[in-house]
Design a protein around this ligand. Sequence first.
Ligand code: HEC
Length: 187
Amino acid sequence: MRSVLLLILAGALVAQSPKYGVGRAPTADEVRQWSISVAPDGTGLPQGSGTAAAGRRIFADRCARCHGAEGRGGDSGALVGGRGTLNSSKPLRTVGSYWPFATSVWDYVNRAMPFDRPGTLKPGEVYALTAYLLFLNGIVPENAPMDSRSLPRVQMPNRNGFVRDPRPDVPVSGAGRRTTPRPNRSR
Ligand code: HEC
């Protein structure tokens, strides 16, 4: 919400700039399109739903060429496996071994993937892909529908592998918590 307000304010400032006379205030529709953040508690997740079974097909089609079959590692890195390796000399950080929130998987895939065509997935496809990645990592059953209610309830294996960031100049943000990897577990 705060970022939406900032965007609106920034847009208004630019629009009113007497010096340069460039730019315009974004329309409410444009702000809505940019405002795609999903918080760890699921705030911002849209309607829609998908299961791993549907995600499997989309992944093969749109993701496997970079992340390997079943996400086990292509040129762009594995998304599956690595559980129990974080405190070894060869940590494998994946969605399954490292990420603390399932909601962040949704957010990341939605905003950044496929790497060469971000923003082209529909909400239901992102739910299905998230469900598939969670299923491949042994976190949810294959037929469990992921949606704005079920996804925030998923407990990620490394959920407690992070500690609060003690630096006084790091603010605690609204919905999230300031966290940093536990040094002895992630290295
Ligand atoms: C053209 C290659 C390409 C395609 C296609 C692609 N990705 Fe990626 N993916 C990447 C790259 C490169 C990164 C690392 C980006 C970075 O670190 O900034 C990445 C990172 C990720 C990550 C974060 C991994 C981590 O643990 O940090 C996830 C999750 C992910 N991709 C999911 C997907 C999904 C789901 C699809 C299919 C919709 C997809 N990717 C398609 C190249 C690709």
